[in-house]
Design a protein around this ligand. Structure first.
Ligand code: ADP
Ligand code: MG
Length: 493
């Protein structure tokens, strides 16, 4: 269901249902060697003020010169967002004062952005598909950074970031829950990383979001919104929305009104608080930058970029679903990172069954990767090792339970899984004589339970557990079940 108030997203209250409405402005730093209008470097983490040209420092008389690579990156991104690319766009001055904005204005695009309407598709858990409209994407300069923690009496300014190219991607107010907002930012990040147009590093601030939130009764006009500025983690986006929607409902139900304003999210308290009342576009006195000509792109330039686009997450999703009949939400997770999708394809290409491989990769492998906090590509268990583990399960050489232990052993030792199975005696016992012996011992040691099991067949599981424990998980579960039923005289169910 697209863009509708799926009833599961409504917030119930004693006074009736509320619908949450969210629109996001994502700021993404363009991956480029040089800044938007100068040749200064853009590398993160350099010595303060070591990457500042005279243009970035706004020395009088300096002229901005557009970096064509940044234009190409914005066009690629527009194409990746299935958006209209505008062959003519205009740079404007957005005037305001800030200590880390030496020009006294930001060069941005206002009425004629480089990219117009597009769309982002979200495959949510449970199979729901949500389409979020993109209103526009425009290019603008980033500001410098004020440093307030270097000296007790003074603040410093680092202009390394001043003039770095940013893409601002503005969504329509189509988002209806905190989870959708998180999925939306995750998807945008994923698309940009596939395209190579932004590294998506949220901790370093390369990707951050302003979150606009309002509440309304289902079907009513849009309510007044607040804008929560500059959130740089997916988790905080969720927390900020949860808090802000509860706050607004409380105000509205108390008979109050929401004031349109800019708010800050405090990561320590998990609350939002007012920063300033909302400025309007006319407060910025936008006007076309007289130092820059309008940007004119040729159709061929755009077409060439379109031809060179890599396979993107949605195309991969379609292919994975068509080829292997996987669940849309699982595929969304598999393709979210290119390395992860490649790893999965390597597993399937190496003979792993797609459904099992998807499960194993998303639960076992990613579970451990996340728990250890290592980068995906640094995980010591290779796709080949996982193929081998799944193959041994499939052939009945090891049980599913042992497979997980084996995985951990491979992680810790880096050894070959098949070799570990032999060395550590992890083979599944399918030898019925050996299993029968253990079963006999357990029945003999537990006469009371054995007497009751006929009346309460559901307690059979307890016996299975005992046998598994005694064989360190190596007995074949089907064989154990069959032998127990036979000995305890319980019919097959
Ligand atoms: P501004 O430039 O002042 O920030 P825009 O009209 O460009 O305002 O909107 C910014 C963002 O706010 C967009 O993502 C838009 O979808 C979202 N938005 C607009 N109205 C609402 C609303 N009533 N509730 C939630 N989000 C909204
Ligand atoms: Mg805004």
């Amino acid at each position: 269901m697209a863009n509708s108030a799926a009833s599961s997203n409504l917030i119930k209250s004693e006074t009736g249902d509320w619908e949450l409405v969210i629109g996001l402005e994502v700021h993404a730093q363009v991956t480029s060697k040089a800044k938007l209008f100068s040749g200064a470097a853009t590398k993160f983490g350099a010595e303060p003020n070591s990457q500042v040209s005279l243009v970035d420092a706004a020395m009088p008389g300096m002229l901005p010169v557009i970096n064509k690579e940044c234009l190409a990156q914005a066009v690629r991104t527009g194409l990746g967002l299935k958006a209209q690319v505008n062959l003519r766009s205009v740079f404007d001055r957005k005037n305001y004062f800030y200590p880390d904005l030496p020009q006294g204005y930001q060069i941005s695009q206002f009425s004629q952005p480089i990219v117009g309407e597009g769309e982002v598709v979200l495959n949510m858990e449970g199979g729901e598909t949500v389409r979020i409209g993109i209103e526009r994407l425009h290019l603008e300069q980033d500001a410098g950074k004020s440093l307030h923690d270097q000296d007790p009496k003074s603040s410093y300014v680092d202009l390394n970031r001043s003039g770095v190219a940013l893409m601002e991607i503005v969504s329509n107010p189509d988002i209806r829950s905190a989870r959708q907002a998180q999925a939306y930012v995750t998807k945008i990040r994923s698309i940009l990383r596939y395209l190579g147009t932004c590294d998506g590093n949220m901790e370093e601030g390369s990707l951050r979001a302003d979150v606009n939130v309002s509440m309304r009764r289902p079907g009513a006009e849009l309510g007044t919104r607040t804008e929560i500025k500059n959130i740089n983690s997916i988790r905080f986006i969720g927390q900020a929305i949860e808090y802000e929607s509860r706050r607004q409902i409380e105000v509205l139900e108390g008979g109050g009104e929401i004031t349109q304003e800019t708010r800050l999210f405090d990561t320590k308290t998990g609350q939002t608080r007012p920063m300033r009342s909302k400025e309007e576009a006319h407060d910025y006195r936008y006007f076309p930058d007289p130092d820059l000509l309008p940007v004119e792109l040729s159709r061929e330039f755009v077409d060439r970029l379109a031809e060179d686009l890599p396979e993107l997450p949605d195309q991969k999703t379609d292919r994975f679903m068509a080829d292997w009949g996987l669940d849309s939400y699982d595929v969304e997770l598999l393709v979210a990172e290119k390395e992860r999708a490649d790893y999965f394809e390597e597993m399937v290409g190496g003979g792993a069954a797609p459904k099992q491989a998807a499960n194993w990769l998303l639960n076992q492998h990613l579970g451990r990767v996340n728990k250890e906090g290592v980068a995906f590509e640094d995980a010591p268990v290779t796709a080949a090792a996982n193929i081998s583990i799944l193959k041994m399960v499939d052939e009945g050489t090891i049980s599913g339970k042992i497979a997980k232990e084996l995985y951990d052993l491979v992680w810790e030792t880096g050894d070959d899984p098949a070799k570990l199975v032999e060395e550590r005696g992890l083979r599944q016992v399918t030898d019925t004589v050996a299993i029968e012996k253990v079963v006999d011992e357990i029945i003999a040691a537990n006469p009371k339970q054995a007497g009751q099991v006929k009346a309460k067949p559901q307690t059979l599981g307890w016996f299975v557990g005992q046998v598994m424990q005694k064989t360190s998980g190596k007995a074949n579960p089907q064989a154990v079940n069959a032998i127990l039923r036979e000995k305890l005289e319980i019919a097959e169910d």
